[in-house]
Each structure stands twice: as C-alpha cells, then as structure tokens.
Write a protein that binds this ligand. Structure first.
Ligand SMILES: Cc1ncc(C[n+]2csc(CCOP(=O)(O)OP(=O)(O)O)c2C)c(N)n1
Ligand SMILES: [Mg+2]
Length: 700
C-alpha cells in the first residue's frame, strides 16, 4: 500500500482489535458500522458493505483526491456508489473520513455530514442517512442512487463534464481540472441496459478519467447471479473500448492498489476493475448467499461476524482508537494538501483570468452570467408562424452563446430536434479533443438522461434532446433529476399526433400527463414562438429542479401580441391571453401548444356571434399551481364553470382546471399514421370542436 501499515500500541477495546493493523481496523470499522446500522434499523443491506469495505477503504484512504473538509472543491475526484443499496458503505466511509457538512447556502460547516448519530438513525425520518443515498440531503453523496444502473450512467456525465471543464478552464501552467470519476457497481448495475449504453458511450468518447469498480460477488437479490447473468463481462468491456483488469480477492489491499495505480497510469480509455468479492464477508452462515443482500443479519449472526473480524462481539457502533486519526492522516491530510495547492493556484489563476474564475464561481452557485438573456429573440406576428422546435433552436442557441457552460445534445436526432449549437465556436464534443458544446449521445436515450444528470451535478447547465415519445426511455433518469433538485433541461420535440405520418409508435399521448404527475418537474408546452422564449427564461431561472420542454414538429401561428396579451405571462404558468369585454367571460377556453391557435380562433368566432369567451394559455401547469389564490382566481374565476380545454394528449388532469362540468378535448386512444390534416379530422381537433363544445356548455 501507499500508506504505512502500523500496529496499534494501545487500545481500549480488547486484545483482538489491538492486534489488527490500522488498515484492517478501519476496514472492519466500516463493516461493523454498516452491520450495526442495518441491524438497528431492522432494515437495509449489510452484504455489499461487508464485501466491499476494503475496496472502498483503500480507494478513499490512498487514492481519492478529495478533501473531507472541502467537499465542494470543484476539482475533487467523484465517488459514485451506483449500487445504492449499499448505502451504509458510503455513510460509514463519509463518517470515518470526516466529511464536513455543507449547508444550503453552500458554506462548509464544522459539523460532520454523517455524524455517529446519523448512522444510528439510518433509514429514519429526516435523517441524512436514507435507505438509498440522496445527494440533495447528504454532503459527500455525489448523486442519488438506488435504481440500478443510474449511478454508473451519471458517472459518465461527470466524466464528460470533467473533460469539458479541463478544455474550457485549463491554461498553460494551470491545470485547474483533472479530476477522476470512480463508480462502484454490482451485478445488478451491469445487467441494466442503461449501464450498457453508458459504457458504450464512455468507451466511444475515450473517457480516460472514468473508472468503474465492479463488485463481482456472484450473488444478486433473488439468489446466485448465475441464475440470470452469465456473460463474460470483461470481454464485453474490452469490446466497448475499455481497459479491463481484475482483482481476484477483494481483501487483498496490494492487488487493489495495483489496480488503482494502473487506472491512474492511463488516460486514454475508461477502466473497469473487476473485483471478486464475497457478499456478507465474515458472516459464517450468510457469506456468499443472497441472504446477506437485503436484510439484517440478525443479532446472533452479527456476533458471529464480529467474532470473525476479531471484534468485540457485544460492541455496537464501535470506532476503535486510532481509526479516525488514521483517516485524518490519510485522505484527510492528503486531501487538505491537494486542495490547498489547488486553492493557491486558483488564486493566481483568478488574477490572470478573472472572467474564467467568475464563470467557475457562477457555475458552482448555479447562477447565470450577466447578460445571459441578451439578444433573446422576439418573434413578429405571423399567421403561418413556425414550429416551436424551430423557435426553440433559435432561443437555445442564443442562450448557449451567452452561457459558456451550457452543454448538451441529442440522441441522434439533433437535426430534427433543432438542438445543434451552430454559433461560432460552439464546437463538437468529440473523443480526445473534448472541446465543443455539442455532445453526440448517439441512440442512447437512457444513458443520455443519466449523463446529463451527471453533467448538471458537475456544474454544467446541461440539456438533452429526443422525440417526446422516447421520453419513456429516459423517465427513470428524469425522475431522479427531479428528486435531486437539479436544473437539467430535457428538451423534446414531435410533441403529439402532430407528428403525422410516422404514426402511433412515434406519437406521444400519455407522456404529458405522466410528467405532470412527477413531483418537482416543470413541464412546459408553449403555444407559440414567443412563449418558447419565455419558457426558456423561466426554466433557466429555476435552479432547483429540472424542466421538461415540449415542442412541436409542425408550424403554429405566432400570435399578434399587440392584440393579445404578452407572452411574459408564461412565467406564471397560465395567463389570460384574450378576454371578453369587461373581463367577464361566460366560457373559458384553455389550451397549450399547437392547440392554442384553435382556442384563439374559437374565441374570435364566438365573439363574432356575441358569446363572451376568454382564452387562457397554460404552458406550464406547475408554475400556475404555485401562484397565489388571487392570481389563480383572476385567471380562472370560480363562478365561470363553462370551461373547455383542448390538448392533443390524454385528458387526465385537465379536470383540475375545467372542473366536473367542463369539457376536455383530447386523445382517448393511440394516434395513427396519416397526414396531419387527416389525423386532425379523425380525432376531432379544430376550431369548430372548441366552438361547439363551448356552445354546448352554454346551452346554445
Ligand atoms: C432498476 C432496479 N431494479 C431493481 C432493483 C432492486 N434491487 C436492488 S439490489 C438488486 C440486486 C442486486 O444485485 P447486485 O447488484 O449483485 O447487488 P448485491 O446483491 O451483490 O449487493 C435488486 C434487484 C433496483 N434497486 N433497481
Ligand atoms: Mg452481486
């Protein structure tokens, strides 16, 4: 090992423990803390922490570039526990390494992120030690994991961000960024499709700063891994273009250190370290069995396991003398030194490159640069108008030009999504050069979702893009972005049956309703080009959650804003676009997206017949729901119960705004393959549909 192996000369905890060298003592402390926390919670996963303790210990103690007293250091190595069920492995390590808490203002506090009290409160309400690691709750948890495969997917995004940051910020004599990303994953992670996509992308991009550590313990939840998993993982990763090495014994610290050194010696490809380990190591009756995976060992077995470690059998939550100090002398001292060196270099850098230094600070605080909205397009009225994907492309390009750390791309549909960044200097994020801002995710929607989360967690304002229908392939990652409270932009085009000839396989129906049901996700479906500009402004200024931006393939009119209300109302989620004289309508017409044009046309027709209508444009339900009662009442007065909504999607949820008396015009089946005009006829979307629904409600 890189560190010295010492013996305790003194100990208060019994002869066996005192005879262990400090490395072993630390490893067994990780094991026993994990065992005790799971036992006390009477719930959790002891097996993986018992097997992997030496793997994670040796990485943190001897290799990870990480300052426990400065957990937000931008150039820290990232450690991602993709096998989120092994959360106690991470919590024990954060505790022993002395990782400090960072408060909501981003200030490092004197208290530990994971105190002993928090370990004792594992899986309890309001603890920082939830069942699976949650990054917005616990400092040192780099990303939220639990749904298998997501963590390794995030790690690819973090590695992309690391490479981007290096090319963007590094200058001669200033290597501001050279961090590495490590991810511990299990059989379950590597069986998941998202991990395969992510590994393929990482291999293609030659992300030499990425290392996955595979816990090859031959056991999964149901039983032996051989029941369901028999491929040659090493050969598979060689095929992806990774370096692959193997550690035949997870308890062999020398072999582990050789593998880590091997990784550090290469920068040309990502690396997979396969570690043969024993789930539930040390438990005489449960080691190597699925029984060690996901339930407490039981009091009797806990004692036997402790005995096998040479641990006092009755001691609980024991941290023997010398353990904290050993971590402090290892990762603590090394991290402090590396961090201080970096800070000194950054101080110099800030003098030489003040603008870049400012950028970095803004990224860290999720702030936008001055002038971020400079030159955003305002679109003149135009009855033919344009598709919102078109206006989106223009707005996105303006924003990305103004915000140098806006980076993203599409899953091989950039030309259709109109998400290519085409301004001068935008560039391509290709292997080896890692220069540009257009990332080519390939046809890997799920890995793209996980990667943009990892990029955002690393400070980038990241975006992804594909057809809205394929959001189904990304949903798990989008859900985690919402849970993590990170501001990723998930851009989708081809938003409805408006797709036309490609047919029902490509026509989303239920996706809008599903994302609107997702907590902390803003879903925007703007109704013309100017609402698109306002949509991006609202999404960019929302730092604590992701936005789903839903744009059309087909053109829609650009409304005359001198005649109708300003699109700035988008910021409130819904607004009165056109009103009855005197502001006292008899019927309210609500719409989003391309259907807004029919609500407006119906309004004009009703008006010409002397019927008092109001049009409410509703591009973002969630923002409207956040408004105060008075605003909501002003838009949707409760005494007007005749209400019609029109949206080319499942109607689920509209009853919240139109009430039980209202009429929701929407989709009640899958779409069909045909020219758009035939689809509109078949499914009943036009001005007349709105007019007759309004009249029917008014008894006219
Ligand atoms: C997407 C997803 N599917 C299923 C699960 C439930 N689950 C948690 S761990 C696990 C299997 C774990 O096997 P492995 O990764 O080998 O972990 P080990 O038992 O070796 O710790 C399963 C099915 C999950 N967390 N995420
Ligand atoms: Mg396993």
């Amino acid at each position: 090992m890189a560190g010295s192996i010492q013996r305790l000369t003194e100990s208060q905890v019994g002869a066996n423990v005192s005879e262990q060298n400090l490395d072993q003592l630390c490893i067994n402390t990780i094991r026993t803390l994990s065992i005790d926390a799971v036992q006390q919670a009477n719930s959790g996963h002891p097996g993986a922490p018992m097997g992997l303790a030496p793997v994670v210990y040796s990485l943190w103690q001897y290799f990870l570039k990480y300052d426990p007293a400065g957990p937000l250091w931008p150039n820290r190595d990232r450690f991602v526990l993709s096998a989120g069920h092994a959360s106690m492995l991470l919590y024990s390590t954060l505790h022993l390494a002395g990782v400090k808490n960072v408060n909501k203002k981003g200030e490092v506090e004197n208290e530990l992120s994971v105190s002993m009290e928090q370990i004792k409160r594992f899986r309890q309400l309001d603890s920082r030690t939830p069942g699976h690691p949650e990054s917005h709750l616990t400092t040192g948890v780099e990303t939220t994991t639990g749904p298998l495969g997501q963590g390794v997917g995030n790690s690819v995004g973090m590695a992309i961000a690391g490479k981007f940051m290096a090319t963007h910020f590094n200058r001669e004599n200033f290597k501001l960024f050279d961090y590495r990303v490590y991810s511990v994953c299990g059989d379950g992670d590597l069986m998941e499709g998202v991990a395969g996509e992510a590994a393929s992308l990482a291999g293609h991009l030659q992300l030499g700063n990425l290392c996955w550590i595979y816990d090859n313990n031959r056991v999964t939840l149901d039983g032996p891994a051989s029941w369901s998993f028999s491929e040659d993982v090493m050969t598979r990763f060689v095929g992806y273009g990774w370096h692959v090495t193997r550690v035949a014994d997870a308890n062999d610290l020398l072999q582990l250190s050789r593998a880590y050194k091997d990784f550090l010696a290469h920068d040309d490809k990502p690396m997979l370290i396969v570690v043969d380990s024993h789930i539930g190591y040390g438990s005489p009756h449960k080691q190597d069995s699925f029984e060690a995976h996901g339930e407490p060992l039981g009091e009797a077995e806990v004692k036997l396991a402790k005995k096998s470690y040479g641990w006092p059998e009755d001691a609980k939550f024991l941290v023997p003398d010398g353990v904290y100090q050993h971590f402090q002398l290892g990762i603590g001292a090394r991290g402090a030194q590396d961090h201080a060196k970096w800070n000194a270099s950054f101080a110099e850098y800030s003098k030489k490159f003040p603008e870049l230094a400012d950028q970095l600070s803004q990224m860290q605080h999720r702030e936008l640069p001055d002038g971020w909205d400079k030159g955003l397009p305002s679109f003149p009225a135009d009855p033919k108008g344009m598709a919102t994907r078109e206006s989106s492309g223009k707005v996105l390009n303006t924003l990305a030009k103004n915000i140098p750390w806006m980076v993203g791309g599409s899953a091989d549909l950039a030309k259709s999504n109109k998400t290519n960044l085409t301004f001068e200097g935008a560039g391509e994020f290709y292997p080896v050069t890692f220069e540009g801002r257009n990332v080519h995710f390939g046809v890997r929607e799920h890995a793209m979702g996980a990667a943009v989360n990892g990029m955002c967690l690393s400070g980038l304002r990241s975006f992804s893009a594909t057809f809205f229908n394929f959001s189904d392939y990304m949903r798990a990652s989008m859900r985690l972005a919402a849970l993590m409270e990170i501001p990723v932009l998930f851009i989708f085009t081809h938003d409805s049956i408006g797709v036309g000839e490609d047919g029902p396989t490509h026509q989303p129906v239920e996706q809008l309703a599903a994302f609107r049901a997702m907590p902390n996700m803003l879903v925007f479906r703007p109704g013309d080009a100017n609402e698109v500009t306002e949509t991006y402004k609202a999404a960019l200024q929302h730092p604590h959650g992701p936005s789903t931006l839903v744009f059309s393939r087909q053109a829609m009119p650009t409304l005359d804003r001198t005649k109708y209300a300003s699109a700035a109302g988008t910021a409130k989620g819904a607004y009165v676009l056109a009103d009855a004289d005197g502001g006292k309508p008899d019927v309210i017409l609500l719409a989003t997206g391309s259907e807004l044009q029919w609500a407006v046309a119906a309004y004009e027709k009703l008006k010409s017949e002397g019927i008092k209508a109001r049009v409410v444009s509703m591009p973002c339900w969630e923002l409207f729901d956040q408004q105060d009662a008075a605003y909501k009442e002003s838009v949707l007065p409760s005494n007007v119960t005749a209400r019609v909504s029109i949206e080319m999607a499942a109607t689920l949820g509209w009853e919240r705004y139109i009430g039980l008396r209202g009429k929701a015009i929407g989709m009640h089946s899958f779409g069909a393959s045909a020219p758009l005009k035939d689809l509109l006829k078949k499914f009943g979307f036009d001005t007349d549909a709105v007019v007759s629904a309004a009249k029917a409600l008014l008894g006219k």
